[in-house]
Design a protein around this ligand. Structure first.
Ligand code: CMC
Length: 377
């Protein structure tokens, strides 16, 4: 065993590069994010989710004919089979992320034996998962689930299936933008989990199932639900200061703030904040918006010196609330978007595959005597 002084432990794999990638780049000092060279703000404003998925997966912006074909393929794979609907109905009281993990796993049961390419499987996953999440959302809200609409693009159709409302142009833009902003973010914990699983040459469904499990955690994608829980607990803007002070004094992590890479404002946060503000429709929305804004002010005042700034999850929760999504589903909405990045990285890493296998430095005892059961105290 090497001496402790001869090795370096990188807790949380911080600052460790495991591969080359051309999918996205984050400048954590400047607060910039590009997908294959294009700033995420530009894509959020101008592109559609389908176009971004194609771009992330295949490396170039699609030509018109390529995009149309890709959109048609995604549309034709949206519908759920009856078995899946029955399963969602059966487990409808489960947390959406737990059910989503199971949904992806079950998709793998019915597809793993079929001779489909990974590209076809990926297309099916990214097309069907939003339908499954929306199906669950509708029944858990006591509403009739809806079939996907062929008239609508991916993001707009997701909104329609979640809420039962046809999106106007503004909502379609917001839906496309939010899915684009959440589509990719380098080797974060869930994407890394997907890569670890796929590096064993396991299947796509297993990798995505693992990624969903990783995203669920409150330090990762689960933070958007936690932000809203905190906002509801705080109740009114006047309570923000004391609650934030209390959390800092108790060394609690405030959800919606902090990031491993960004040590300044996350560019996605700015756009989501603007959309949340535009979506405020009544006094109650205003109250929610003001609480989050006050949280931002207080945390910046107290923690920005430590490099803690608002992250993507700070405003996504209230945006989803204003769009009509139930709080328990916020992380599942994140997952619907992030499928794009997970799959892009699985495809990219598999071309240069090396099984991922780090080391843990052993600090336990050696030469321990095995005591028979009856002699143990
Ligand atoms: N609130 C209060 N203190 C914080 C926070 C926070 N949100 N984030 C970090 N810190 C403190 C942390 O306690 C530590 O302080 P000290 O040096 O005194 O011990 C210092 O900042 C450095 O933190 P770290 O643990 O080394 O940072 P990390 O890179 O390991 O963790 C993080 C990153 C995202 C897990 C963390 O910032 C956090 O827990 N944030 C809250 C949860 C959250 O919003 N997660 C979503 C992240 S963005 C979207 C996504 O990835 O899905």
């Amino acid at each position: 065993m090497p001496k402790k002084d001869d090795i370096k432990i990188f807790k949380g794999l911080e600052n460790i590069y495991i591969c080359e990638t051309s999918i996205s780049f984050i400048d954590g000092k400047e607060g910039k994010l590009v997908y294959r060279g294009i700033p995420v703000e530009v894509l959020a404003e101008k592109s559609t989710y389908e176009e971004v998925v194609f771009f992330l997966w295949f490396g170039h912006l699609p030509r018109k004919d390529e995009l149309e074909e890709f959109e048609d393929e995604m549309k034709s794979a949206r519908k759920l089979d009856e078995e899946m609907k029955d399963m969602i109905e059966k487990f409808k009281t489960s947390h959406p992320m737990d059910l989503l993990r199971t949904i992806v796993s079950i998709m793998g049961l019915s597809n793993s034996e079929k001779k489909k390419s990974d590209e076809e499987k990926a297309l099916e996953i990214i097309s069907k998962v939003p339908t499954a999440v929306a199906y669950h959302h509708r029944i858990s809200m006591g509403e009739k689930p809806l079939e996907p609409s062929d008239e609508l693009d991916h993001a707009s159709n997701f909104y329609y299936m979640m809420t039962g409302r046809s999106p106007d142009e503004k909502i379609s833009r917001i839906m496309n933008a939010t899915l684009i902003l959440h589509a990719e973010q380098g080797l974060n914990a869930s994407t890394f989990s997907a890569i670890v699983i796929s590096s064993t040459l396991s299947d796509l469904y297993s990798a995505i199932t693992g990624a969903v499990g990783a995203l669920k955690g409150p330090l990762h994608g689960g933070a958007n639900e936690k932000v809203m829980e905190l906002v509801e607990k705080i109740g009114k803007p006047e309570n923000v200061e004391s609650e934030i002070e209390k959390m800092i004094a108790q060394k609690h992590r405030i959800p919606g703030f902090g990031h491993r890479i960004y040590k300044t404002f996350d560019p996605r946060y700015r756009i989501l904040k603007r959309y949340s503000k535009e979506m405020v429709r009544n006094d109650e929305d205003e109250r929610y918006y003001r609480i989050v804004e006050r949280m931002e002010e207080e945390v910046l005042k107290k923690l920005s010196g430590k490099g803690i700034f608002p992250n993507v999850d700070l405003y996504s929760g209230i945006l989803y609330k204003f769009l009509g999504f139930d709080r328990r589903f916020y992380t599942a909405v994140f997952a619907v978007a992030r499928l794009a990045g997970w799959i892009a990285h699985i495809f990219e890493y598999s071309k240069m595959n090396k099984i991922i296998r780090p080391c843990g430095y052993y600090v336990g005892p050696m030469d321990v005597e095995y005591k028979p059961l009856e002699e143990r105290e």
